[in-house]
Design a protein around this ligand. Structure first.
Ligand code: ARG
Length: 585
């Protein structure tokens, strides 16, 4: 709710109390944005449910509310429509005053939350010695944006990278490391075994073909779990190497995240089992220790188990997540735990959350949320692959976006007969290429699959990053043409709203807090994208219809100030998506 809705709500509650008694002083007026600007800006729908309760006609109810409504400083006289809706049209002077108050506010009117929480956002989380694939890319982009938005609202966010750095596969990897790189373990230098994905494949091949190798690998797992020094050393080398590769991607994407891998929770795994046993939930099932889940059954209608200790005594992904969950609540003191992974893990998280709840580990103020997302598909609608059928390396994918944008940019520069430096071109292409990949992902409803298309995401038309970046650069260019320094223009210049296009743009600017509050609550960053897309669109319409530099004062300064405010809104909104802008492109 923005400040206006907040104020209107109070006024409505006063009217309700005056009309129907103090019992109604806290009733929700059900105030929603109007479905069509024809009807004004907001609509209050309380009359209908109230009519039932009070056994009167809804229009009569509406009439009584309106008679007691003291809102003329905010809006035109409210109108009753249809069966009993109350339509509110904001007054222009009121909107102008609102604009003025956000103009001078660094946060553009977006309040800090009055309920700051400690939030864990578990995202990205690739696996050591395996490739970081497009699924991890989605998790990285979506998780980062969610974290940014929560941070901006004033929450204390712990960004955690739950990397897969533990498990039996390390037995195989370490055995292969010793075999193929005998020197690696004795030299002090950082290990360079090249591409870890190839390394993984070769290790797997050796494992599959050789029984002696398999046995050695099993012993390595035991040595790793027992903390044998040389094995731990080899494990660390592998982790280091992966970490360096992940970091390249994080640097390209401007991601800040704290690594706290699965191995971190090793000391707490045994405790998970003892406590589950104590709570009476743990059952032995064919040698494994499991908890049977409520509401999850197999095809035969039998309850499904969540395995927490394998037959061989080993722990698994679920055990680690249970330990992590407890740690995040007890030690990190988090009250909101957000997990960003593909939808394929929905059952895993549902199971883990259920077991933790039934074990009594989740205090009632703690919220557990899985934020699932769909698959990234190729343009053929199938799994995203290179032409030769290999999985796409993320670095190549990002580089390609930059190169392609650069080609378009060069063409444009040539067409327009401009002279630009190498530095300029590299910077613009770098920002736009990466932004395009991020935005293409964020602008989708995350639960659906989406088709990865360079052509679409790099286009300057439609709901894309380039479209948004051009809108921003266009505003900056108005400043350059008019020799206006927006900073110097001052953020307190009064904006006057005369034209429809100005009003539409201004009203939209004033809705930023709603868009942000929406993502904060439901964790769908595409809603903020949609808001920004609308903003660019409304700005472009305004710019078509309302001359800025060529109009007389006081309009000229007013419109410049509106341009400036729009640019600042775009800048802030995009920054919350992790997207940078350029002043000129
Ligand atoms: N490493 C896992 C994967 O690549 C994702 C981990 C997600 N986080 C978690 N706490 N389970 O699928």
């Amino acid at each position: 709710m923005n400040a206006t809705q907040e104020q209107l709500k109070i006024k409505f509650q006063q009217a309700l109390a005056a009309a129907f008694g103090e019992d109604y002083a806290e009733a929700d007026p059900i105030l929603v944005p109007a479905s069509n600007p024809k009807f004004g800006d907001y609509q209050a729908n309380i009359s209908l449910p109230l009519a039932k309760k009070l056994k009167q006609q809804p229009r009569a109810i509406a009439q009584q509310i309106v008679e007691n409504l003291d809102v003329l400083d905010i809006c035109e006289p409210p109108e009753i429509a249809g069966p009993g809706f109350i339509n509110i049209r904001l007054k222009t002077v009121y909107l102008e005053a609102q604009l003025h108050s956000i103009q001078t506010d660094r946060r553009l009117g977006v309040p800090e939350t009055n309920n700051p929480q400690r939030v864990v956002v578990d995202f990205s989380s690739p696996n050591i010695a395996k490739e970081m694939h497009v699924g991890h890319l989605r998790s990285t982009i979506i998780g980062d944006s969610i974290a940014r938005i929560l941070e901006f609202r004033g929450h204390d966010v712990l960004r955690l990278n739950h990397v897969g750095d533990w498990g039996t596969q390390f037995g195989m990897l370490i055995t292969y490391l010793r075999e193929a790189y005998p020197d690696a373990l004795t030299t002090a230098n950082a290990l360079d075994i090249g591409d870890l994905v190839t390394f993984y494949k070769k290790a797997k091949q050796r494992f599959d073909e050789d029984e002696v190798f398999q046995e050695t690998a099993r012993q390595e797992v035991v040595r790793l779990q027992a903390g044998a020094e040389d094995t731990i050393h080899a494990w660390k080398l592998l982790c280091e190497q992966s970490r360096r590769e992940f970091q390249i991607i994080y640097d390209l994407l401007d991601i800040n995240i704290k690594e706290r891998g699965e191995s971190f929770y090793n000391p707490f795994l045994a405790g998970v089992i003892t406590d589950l046993a104590e709570s009476g939930l743990l059952v032995e099932d064919q040698g494994a220790k499991v908890v049977f889940l409520e509401g999850f059954t197999n095809r035969e209608g039998q309850p499904l188990p969540l395995i927490v200790q394998k037959t061989n005594g080993g722990y698994n992904y679920a055990t680690t997540d249970l330990a992590a969950l407890r740690y995040r609540i007890e030690e990190d003191k988090a009250t909101r735990l957000i997990y960003v992974t593909d939808s394929g893990q929905a059952n895993h998280f549902a199971g883990v959350f259920q077991v933790a709840r039934r074990a009594g580990w989740i205090p009632k103020e703690v919220e557990l949320v899985h934020v699932p997302f769909g698959l990234v598909l190729g343009e053929d609608g199938k799994k995203f692959k290179t032409r030769s059928g290999d999985t796409v390396r993320l670095r190549d994918l990002l580089d390609e976006a930059v190169v392609r944008f650069r080609n378009t940019l060069e063409e444009k520069i040539k067409e327009e007969g401009r002279q630009e430096t190498e530095e300029f071109k590299a910077n613009v292409a770098g920002v736009a290429g990466i932004s395009a990949v991020k935005y293409a992902d964020l602008s989708q409803n995350r639960t659906s699959n989406y088709i990865f298309s360079y052509d679409k995401m790099l286009s300057d038309k439609g709901n894309t990053a380039p479209y948004m970046l051009y809108a921003y650069a266009r505003i900056k260019s108005i400043g350059r043409k008019g020799n206006i320094d927006f900073e110097k223009l001052g953020s307190e210049q009064k904006i006057q709203l005369r034209e429809e296009a100005e009003l539409a743009l201004a009203k939209h600017v004033l809705q930023l807090s709603e868009a942000i509050a929406d993502v904060e609550k439901d964790l769908f960053p595409n809603r903020l994208c949609e808001y920004l897309y609308q903003l660019s669109d409304k700005f472009n319409k305004f710019y078509e219809q309302c001359p800025v530099l060529k109009v007389e004062e006081p309009q000229r300064t007013s419109r410049l100030a509106l341009c400036d405010l729009t640019a600042r809104t775009l800048y802030l909104g995009l920054s919350l998506l992790g997207i940078r802008v350029v002043d000129r492109m």
